[in-house]
Design a protein around this ligand. Structure first.
Ligand code: GDP
Length: 196
């Protein structure tokens, strides 16, 4: 998998522009500022793959990256939780995202990124409920774990484990990562390798 550089494929803003189903897709979603761009860059070992600190809510695109010669695509989803928009699946998300999450054959796993300092928020739970009903398999990936202590991390993971029992499409394992310190990247890569 991580042998060759990951490349940007396209930015999709309309359902009609989604690439044909084929390569396995792993998508990444989370509240704005959760550290998603930093995580994607650290994951593939490239500094400028996903733009960091993008203006919240500016783009509502799905950004496709080819991880390995069209066998595994990484899909960078727009950040959520920033706007007091009408409630859909989660605040501020549009039709494209709904269509994508409900009907995408190739989507094998969605990584729900959670800031280790903040834990699960209402908008995260809202997304998780949507994923449960769409039967999209998802996994909680904690970000910025360098910001909390080991006992705090342990408690956070235990609290999340309790919540996950109520979410049928959730994978029970929670991954803790830090893009800044490079923590958890090997584990996340191993997860992706198992899906490919
Ligand atoms: P995005 O909006 O979800 O794409 O988030 P970014 O990747 O742009 O990161 C948001 C902020 O969190 C930036 O100030 C990053 O420097 C910071 N950040 C991201 N990852 C980490 C991390 O692992 N540790 C720490 N301490 N800060 C991080």
């Amino acid at each position: 998998l991580f042998a060759r550089p990951c490349t940007f494929v396209k930015s999709v803003v309309r359902t009609a522009d989604l690439p044909p189903d084929g390569p396995i897709e792993v998508a990444f979603a989370g509240r704005s500022n959760v550290g998603k761009s930093s995580l994607l860059n650290a994951l593939v070992g490239q500094n400028a793959l996903a733009r960091t600190s993008n203006t919240p809510g500016r783009t509502q695109a799905l950004n496709y990256f080819d991880l390995s010669d069209e066998t595994l695509m990484l899909v960078d989803m727009p950040g959520y939780g920033f706007a007091k928009a009408p409630k859909h699946l989660v605040d501020g998300w549009n039709q494209l995202i709904h269509d994508y999450l409900r009907g995408r054959q190739s989507l094998r796993r969605l990584c729900v990124l959670i800031d280790a300092r903040h834990g699960l928020k209402a908008s995260d739970i809202s997304l998780m409920e949507g994923l449960d009903s769409a039967a999209v398999s998802y996994q909680i990936v904690l970000t910025k774990r360098d910001k909390i202590s080991a006992p705090q991390l342990e408690k956070l993971i235990a609290d999340i484990a309790v919540v996950l029992k109520k979410h049928p499409a959730a994978i029970p394992q929670v991954l803790a990562t830090s893009s800044r310190k490079g923590l958890g990247m090997a584990e996340l890569r191993a997860e992706l390798a198992m899906l490919a």
